[in-house]
Design a protein around this ligand. Structure first.
Ligand SMILES: [Ca+2]
Ligand SMILES: [Ca+2]
Length: 200
């Protein structure tokens, strides 16, 4: 009886030791998780390419529309994500093919997670050697998010060289046929066109 009680107490102490080791293991695991992932708030930003724009006619207007997206953890309270944008030439030229633009914008809590930037496209009046000219909208100075795609491409389709212009007028309708009997007694078809006016 005495030996049995000692054995039971010994097993209980051993069980407690195993439990505390297990608890210690859990605490250490949680601590490691916090070290590996110190920033649970994760946000990313990207700018999309603008849909291609046809060069406007003289005096007309067109716009290349870029959209900047914010993804990830929603903004809370007074949190913001701020950034700047500016255009840069590729094969299109600012002031000739489009109007240069730059500025700063921000995402705010409760606001849209996509912001649009419209860049005016110009009529250059020239038959461009490249049928599509390009420029970029570059994002920079981002605060509060990771920039995963900072360049949106704007494409301008040349009108002066690439546009076929208005379609040609349709051909005049065929003259009605006039049937007459020939010398051999057979009908002969003859086009009978209306008299064309004679210039005086
Ligand atoms: Ca041009
Ligand atoms: Ca042009």
């Amino acid at each position: 009886m005495y030996r049995t009680s000692i054995q039971l107490i010994g097993r209980a102490v051993a069980a407690c030791a195993v439990a505390s080791m297990a608890l210690g293991g859990v605490v250490r695991a949680e601590a490691q998780t916090e070290l590996i992932n110190p920033l649970p708030i994760q946000r990313s930003m990207s700018v999309s390419d603008a849909p291609a724009v046809v060069e406007p006619l003289a005096g007309g207007t067109a716009t290349a529309n870029f959209v900047i997206h914010l993804n990830g953890t929603p903004l809370r309270g007074n949190e913001t994500v701020r950034f700047s944008f500016k255009t840069e030439d590729v094969s299109a030229s600012a002031g000739v093919d489009y109007t240069a633009g730059s500025g700063a914008l921000q995402f705010v809590a409760g606001g849209p997670t996509a912001l649009a930037v419209g860049i005016p496209v110009l009529h250059d009046g020239a038959a461009d050697s490249q049928l599509t000219e390009k420029f970029n909208l570059r994002i920079g100075h981002v605060i509060g998010a990771v920039l995963v795609d900072g360049v949106g491409v704007g494409s301008i389709k040349d009108r002066d060289a690439g546009d076929p212009g208005p379609p040609p007028p349709p051909p005049p309708p065929p003259c009605p046929l006039d049937f007459q009997i020939g010398d051999d007694g057979q009908p002969v078809a003859q086009a009978k066109c209306p008299d064309t006016p004679v210039a005086q």
